[in-house]
Design a protein around this ligand. Structure first.
Ligand SMILES: Nc1ncnc2c1ncn2[C@@H]1O[C@H](COP(=O)(O)OP(=O)(O)OP(=O)(O)O)[C@@H](O)[C@H]1O
Ligand SMILES: [Mg+2]
Length: 277
């Protein structure tokens, strides 16, 4: 497909490019064709080994997409490229019609509205749940400013709303380090939500969770989709079955199959490389 590369020139670390990014943010990405992420021809090599090999993938605005596949299939690498952590050798990732994320820095991509959760929770253990959300809301202004500058009423409302969404209202004053593993994961999702992202990328969000916590996470992610686009990488097939609409199976850096969970789990190629074992 053809897209006008308006994002060209936004890359690098120049002041000008940093200053221009909020323009992307204010109007949001152009999703007039219904697609929010266009991944095309994406190739990432590590010492000649192709972790992504001409990957093509399209994610609709508001979708809840599950990405599954065997270890080493390239799932995390895919998220690394979308978030600017890894630069591809070839290919593009358009955020809407006009912004090529491969030309933006990690910070610019986050500011443009793409939030990412890594597998291990990275909350500030010594701060309270509220303070963690406050720090995330203030983002780049620094810890000192975040903890001592007063929140506006609007910011306070936003934090309270997010506490409600992630089910941590009653733990608002608890020290993050004392939360259960599942609660820490929810707090981290909350820390993304206060920044109001359009796209949320979650890498193995239910790993290590109890079954009750996994169920609650399924409800949470399902409730977030629609208004936001949610992309989930998981190995927990029970969980994927619960939340899935469209499922993409990656294998050797490419899309092996895509469709409903039922369709992909009955696909002989998928059974052979992943689900059969
Ligand atoms: N920084 C790196 N240097 C070298 N090889 C890497 C690097 N990052 C990833 N790889 C390799 O690229 C391939 C894809 O890795 P990736 O982490 O994307 O897989 P994955 O699908 O997320 O697997 P898992 O389900 O185990 O998390 C693997 O073979 C991995 O060893
Ligand atoms: Mg991974």
């Amino acid at each position: 497909m053809h897209v006008e590369p308006v994002g060209v020139g936004l890359g690098g670390h120049s002041r000008e490019s940093e200053a221009r990014v909020p323009v992307v943010r204010r109007g949001g990405p152009d999703t007039s064709h219904g697609i929010i992420l266009y991944v095309e021809g994406l190739t990432v090599s590590f010492d000649g080994f192709k972790a992504l090999d001409d990957l093509n993938l399209y994610i609709e605005d508001g979708e809840l997409r599950c990405v599954i596949g065997p270890n080493g299939a390239g799932k995390t690498t895919f998220m690394d490229v979308v978030t600017g952590k890894t630069r591809p050798d070839a290919g593009t990732v358009f955020f809407g019609q006009t912004v090529d994320l491969t030309r933006l820095t990690e910070t610019q991509i986050a500011q443009a509205g793409i939030g990412r959760k890594f597998q291990t929770p990275t909350v500030f253990e010594h701060h309270s749940v509220f303070e963690n959300l406050e720090l995330a809301l203030r983002g780049n202004k620094g810890v000192w400013h975040s903890l001592f500058a007063r929140l506006s009423g609007e910011e306070r409302d936003r934090i309270e709303e997010v506490l409600e969404i992630v089910g941590l209202t009653e733990s608002v004053h608890a020290r993050a380090g004392l939360l259960s593993h599942g609660q820490k994961q929810w707090l981290e999702i909350g820390m993304l939500l206060v920044q109001d992202p359009r796209v949320l990328l979650l890498d193995e969000p239910v790993a290590g969770m109890t079954s009750r916590e996994t169920e609650r996470t399924a409800e949470l992610l399902t409730s977030l989709a629609g208004e936001r686009t949610v992309v989930v990488v998981e190995h927990d097939m029970e969980f994927v079955r619960t939340i899935s609409r469209r499922v993409t199976v990656l294998h050797e850096g490419r899309v092996l199959a895509e469709g409903s969970m039922e369709a992909v789990q009955n696909d002989p190629r998928v059974i052979e490389v992943y689900l059969g074992g």
